[in-house]
Each structure stands twice: as C-alpha cells, then as structure tokens.
Ligand binder design. Structure first.
Ligand code: ZN
Length: 294
C-alpha cells in the first residue's frame, strides 16, 4: 500500500517536472538596444535550419519544385545613395536612399546579425542545398551610379559586407557613374559584377541582334574589365517574360534577378526576387519588410 502511494507520487512528480521543464525552455530574449531584431527572428533563423540547406549529401541538382520550396533569401536592391535634392520627385525618392539612411540600414543589418552572401552561394544553396551563413542576405546595386562606389562600398566594408553590382555598360565612365577602374576595384575587393544590359532595355522588347547588343557585348566587356566570368543578370525595371529566359541561358547567365513580382514556377533561378530598399524606410521599416517579403 505504502509502496503504491510512493509510486504514484513519484510518477506525478516526474510528470510535473517534465511539464515545467518544457515551459521554461527557450527564454525569449529581446535586444533592447536594437529592438528591430526582436520581431520575426524565427523566420530568418529557420533559413539555416531548414532540412533543405546544409545537407552535404545532396548530389543531384535540385528540380524546380525543390528550388521553389527552399526558403527565399532576402535580397535588397539599391540604386542611388545620396541626399535628396529639391527636384527629386516623390517617386524617385524610393530609388534614392539618403546617405545617413543607408548607413543606418547597414548598421541595422550588422547589429541584427545578418551576413551578406554572393550569387554563387545563393546558386549553390538553391540548386544543391549548400549551407548558408546564419541570417543570410544579399545586397544588390543596379544602374552603375557612382555613389555605390563612393558611399556604399566603404560603408559595407565597415561590416565585412559584400555586394553585387549590376552594371549597365553604356554608362561606364560617364559623369556620376562608375568608371571601368572602379568596377575592377569592386571586383577585386570581393564584390560581384553582374550584367544589367547595355543601356537599360526592357528584355520583353528585345529581338534578333538586340540580344547581342544588350547581353553578349556587355558581358564580354565586363569580363575583360574584371577578368572574371559574368554569370548573373538583373532585369532592367525588374521586367521579364518567359521568352527572355532561354536567351539568357544561351548567353551564359546561370541566374537572373527581378524585383518583387511572383517567381516563375518553371524558372525560379531566372526570376529570383528582390525588394527595393526605399529611401523612405527607417531601419525598422526595412527590417519589417525583409521579414514580410521573403
Ligand atoms: Zn536598373
């Protein structure tokens, strides 16, 4: 009788312990100094823990369904980084990030534990499940603006960030745009140079020899500047159609970046999503939009 009571008591105690252990597991820590890091942490953290990533034993290249099912890596798209001028239109300010805002955005990313990745890493993750660093993010810069070199590059370097620069070759060396030497310097500093056509044409309208002018020649020129292969493309205006994709494939592009439209289920590698980091956004708004959009 006494033994029975003891047994029951023991079981009850044991169950209670298990329960209380569960409840006290994983205390929620909120970073007071950078409150933006508190929200949505789990979503991004999952990126590195998803069953698809990090498995070394995955020899076959993934099919499109597998690629589409992998958690998207947040990718930001920047254009000009300079202070607003009185003549800048309301709409243009989405594409013009004031210097202080850009600095605050980079600091927020670093403080929040983000690690920049480059297109080869993204490609390996998408096609073969290669492991990514914790809280991966990609920073991309379109249109060859000079301030990407003078402002963004040094600011990114403070945090060890690397970026991807999608160059339209027509503007190389023009006033307010980067020079060939600056492109080469970016490449040698470990940033990646991609193509953004010759003169910013909508690829939906290209036909015949346009592809040579807009893709083949710029690729060759960028390769001769950097001495490295150019394999990544960003669609001008973010616009693409199914017909453009085989043309890009034929011309050596292994992936292409759009803006925030829906990805093609058949061609996820050629419709990788990015969001424009708006000039209006505080670091907190940027953080929220990173979580929401990817
Ligand atoms: Zn552009």
């Amino acid at each position: 009788m006494g033994v029975q009571v003891l047994k029951v008591l023991f079981i009850v105690l044991f169950l209670f312990q298990c329960k209380s252990k569960k409840e006290t597991k994983e205390p929620i820590t909120v970073n007071q100094e950078h409150p933006v890091t508190a929200q949505g942490e789990a979503t991004i953290a999952n990126l590195t823990n998803s069953p698809d990533s990090g498995s070394a034993e995955e020899p076959d290249p993934a099919d499109t369904n597998t690629i589409t099912s992998r958690e998207q890596v947040p990718i930001l798209c920047y254009h000009q980084i300079r202070d607003w001028r009185p003549r800048d239109s309301k709409r243009a300010k989405d594409y013009i990030v004031p210097v202080a805002s850009f600095k605050a955005q980079m600091k927020m990313l670093a403080d929040s534990g983000y690690h920049t990745i480059l297109p080869d890493q993204l490609y390996a993750y998408l096609t073969s499940g290669a492991k990514l660093p914790e809280k991966p993010i990609m920073l991309t810069f379109d249109d060859t603006d000079l301030d990407q070199y003078t402002v963004a590059k040094p600011e990114m370097e403070k945090y060890g960030f690397k970026g991807v620069f999608f160059v339209m070759t027509v503007s190389l060396g023009r006033p307010r745009y980067m020079s060939k030497a600056q492109i080469k310097e970016l490449s040698e500093a470990g940033h990646v140079i991609g193509s953004h056509t010759w003169d910013h044409q909508n690829v939906k309208k290209l036909k015949g020899n346009d592809w040579i002018t807009q893709i083949d020649k710029p690729t060759k020129q960028l390769e001769s500047i950097t001495g490295k292969e150019v394999k990544y493309f960003a669609y001008p205006f973010g616009l693409w159609n199914e017909a453009a994709i085989p043309e890009l494939k034929k011309r050596g592009m292994v992936a292409a970046f759009q803006l925030s439209f829906k990805r093609s289920p058949e061609e996820p590698l050629y419709t990788i999503r990015r969001i424009i980091a708006s000039g209006y956004w505080s670091p907190r708004t940027l953080y929220t939009n990173i979580i929401r959009s990817f």
